[in-house]
Write a protein that binds this ligand. Structure first.
Ligand code: FUB
Length: 467
């Protein structure tokens, strides 16, 4: 596999002797004992289930290691239980690797689990289907072979990421596909055979992968990952979630906007569901301690519709809220390796709330014309316990651009070292990038920022949260 954005390296983690391990944060990510990805929610009775793949890639590696799918559950969308692996590669005797994204659809008292899996035959990824008698299984292969494979006429360039939807009239539809190749087909009432030809749906603007179909108030919605840089992501190694609507389940679709912007993982895979009268967006990030592009974690946030049926963009929360906790930055003394004479270092901890990355109404820190790695730093008279930070990047659309990367460091008494267990250091614009790590006790915290080639970097607000 040589997909560009799946090759981006996960953040390295450097062990630091003065670090104090802390339990995983509550709220997002919802599970941190293992890494989980590609969540697909399903509500049955008073329970929300999330079907998710398990990321097992070691730190620092740049390929997926995915062998099993777990089922998470909650009765309040707040406290989550990992019910363990309920399917794995061996569930499909005709397959051999890559337990990628799937979705479970109930019908006639059974639960059909459609999954992306690497078959042992010609080609690469296939769509398989397992069936069980309850949301927690046990699940067994329903068909004895792939439902969709590379030999299916008009199949996608990458046969992954199935989403299955049963309409009010009983007709079932499956959408899937990667590499900018969405596909759709009707399913028979037995849910394990296709009916008619595979079609190429129209109107899914900038579609990349990961479709999720649902219906609300008679309107069909298709949410999907896109990776264009025209308002979606800053760099096409990453993806966002766009959505389209249609009045017919097979389209044509009309693009409506972005549900979820760039997150800390390069992949962006989401599902949406209504539970106890509230809509939720379920997605993954690299926000768990030690997380990365191949060590992702499932997150859940509320999702809201406008009166006209459009979806409000979801603002991801981390650890109980992106801005939650005591911000120690406002009581710190700031310093930097360089600040332009017309910019203001005081911008970074003046408590401003930027509207977007161009908003300098509460001042801006910038280091133009410097390039390469620079730093900003906070110092306190006494040691502080810190386990979370957030940064809102400044991007003036001229010489200052979003950075290529960043790293939180702390003073361990004799040197600056990387904070331990750091989640990905996000470089998204127009948002608060939240970075979690194991608690450090220190008098000085530093944000090391590396520019993109040809640009300088800037910051509107940088927070450091008390553990
Ligand atoms: O998890 C493996 C693949 O990454 C999924 O199938 C895609 O949607 C992307 O999230």
């Amino acid at each position: 596999m040589s997909v560009r954005r799946w090759v981006a390296a996960a953040c390295g983690v450097i062990t630091a002797v003065a670090a104090v391990a802390t339990p995983a944060l509550a709220a997002n990510p919802i599970i941190t004992a293992i890494y989980t990805a590609d969540p697909a929610p399903l509500v049955v009775g008073n329970t929300m289930y999330i079907y998710a793949g398990r990321d097992e890639a070691p730190t620092g590696t740049s390929n997926f290691v995915m062998r099993e799918w777990h089922v998470l559950s909650s009765t309040d969308a707040n406290t989550w239980t990992d019910n363990g692996a309920k399917a794995n590669i061996a569930t499909f005797p005709w397959a051999g690797a890559d337990a990628w994204a799937g979705e479970v659809e109930p019908r006639n008292g059974k639960y059909y689990w459609y999954t992306s899996i690497n078959g042992n035959g010609a080609g690469w990824m296939d769509i398989g289907v397992a069936v069980g008698n309850s949301p927690l299984g046990p699940f067994t292969d329903a068909k004895g072979g792939p439902l969709i494979s590379d030999s299916t006429a008009n199949s996608s360039g990458l046969n992954i990421d199935p989403t299955v939807f049963v309409d009010d009239d009983g007709q079932a539809y499956m959408y899937w596909g990667g590499y900018w190749g969405p596909r759709a087909v009707k399913l028979a009432s037995d849910m394990i055979n296709t009916v008619g030809s595979v079609i190429t749906p129209q109107g899914l603007t900038n579609y990349w992968e990961a479709p999720w179909m649902f219906k609300r108030n008679g309107l069909y919605y298709m949410m999907y990952a896109a990776n264009d840089t025209s308002g979606c992501v800053t760099n096409s190694n990453y993806a966002c979630q766009r959505y389209a609507t249609a009045t017919n389940p097979l389209g044509p679709w009309t693009h409506r906007g972005i549900v979820l912007g760039q997150v800390s993982s390069t992949t962006n895979h989401a599902g949406a569901v209504e539970f106890n009268g509230q809509w939720y967006l379920v997605y993954h990030t690299a926000d768990a301690p030690g997380g990365g592009n191949f060590r992702r974690s499932v997150a859940v946030d509320k999702m809201y519709f406008n009166a006209d049926g459009t979806i409000q963009k979801v603002i991801p929360t981390v650890g109980g809220g992106s801005s939650s906790g005591t911000n120690l930055a406002t009581s710190a003394t700031a310093s930097t390796s360089y600040v332009s004479s017309w910019e203001n270092l005081s911008a970074i901890n003046n408590g401003g709330t930027p509207a977007n990355s161009q908003d300098r109404s509460n001042l801006a820190y910038g280091n133009w014309p410097q390039q390469g790695t620079h730093w900003i730093e906070y110092q306190w008279p006494t040691a502080q316990s810190i386990n979370k930070s957030s940064v809102y990047w400044f991007d003036d659309n001229q010489g200052i651009d979003l950075p290529a990367g960043c790293q939180v460091q702390y003073w361990n008494g004799s040197a600056y070292v990387a904070v331990p267990g750091q989640s990905s250091c996000g470089v998204s614009g127009n948002t608060e990038n939240v970075i979690t790590f194991n608690t450090v006790s220190t008098t000085r915290l530093r944000l090391s920022i590396t520019s993109r080639s040809g640009y300088s970097t800037g910051v509107l607000e940088w927070k450091a949260f008390q553990a």
